[in-house]
Design a protein around this ligand. Structure first.
Ligand code: FE
Length: 196
């Protein structure tokens, strides 16, 4: 499948599994490479930045995105597709009263196609357990201090469901175009560990 040197036990198991599937003729290695390459190439947080900027300038898109994100993404030429299994994306918007943050407590489920590869800390046991039990403290460790009146909602991703957080549009950005707005958004903002 690939020429990189990942020596982790999981990578070794995946290579074994791949070899068995190829041997039995159940897997075409060329096809698999093509799917993975296309996916890895397209998976970038820039996709998430574009989605948020569009939602900030277009109320209709924002409403469709919140209601059915999988159906709204193709409007920007995007999808949740990784090929084999399509995950449902839930877009959970920050407001004055509620701040959202995403996690996968079981492993590291993440909306890869919109956010790119997940950061190492997202996969760490410390983040996965602490953000659920002490979300306010964890956000403070990221430098994000929220008013005591702001409610924090923690969303736990799984094999079927992924989450993305559109941050609140910063003040004083009325004159900015969509591309300039997209440039304000950060990967951590889409996870909920930064304000924008
Ligand atoms: Fe997971």
């Amino acid at each position: 499948m690939s020429d990189d040197h990942d020596d982790s036990p999981i990578a070794a198991r995946v290579r074994e599994l791949e070899a068995v599937l190829e041997e039995k003729g159940l897997l075409d290695p060329t096809e698999l490479d093509q799917v993975l390459e296309a996916f890895a190439h397209k998976a970038s947080p820039a996709n998430g930045f574009r989605v948020v900027a569009r939602a900030w300038v277009d109320d209709g898109f924002r409403a469709r995105l919140l209601q059915d994100a999988n159906a709204a993404l193709p409007e920007l030429g995007l999808s949740m597709g990784g090929g084999l299994q399509v995950q449902r994306l839930h877009v959970v918007e920050n407001t004055e009263d509620v701040h959202n943050v995403i996690v996968c407590t079981l492993c590291s489920c993440y909306p890869l196609s919109l956010l790119g590869p997940s950061p190492t800390w997202y996969k760490s046991p410390a983040y996965r357990s602490r953000v659920v039990s002490h979300p306010r403290e964890v956000l403070e460790q990221f430098g994000l201090t929220l008013p005591g009146t702001t409610k924090i909602e923690v969303w736990d991703a799984n094999a079927e469901s992924r989450y993305m957080v559109p941050p609140r549009r910063p003040e004083g950005t009325d004159g900015l175009g969509e591309a300039e707005l997209a440039a304000l958004v950060t990967r951590n903002g889409l996870i909920g560990t930064a304000a924008v």
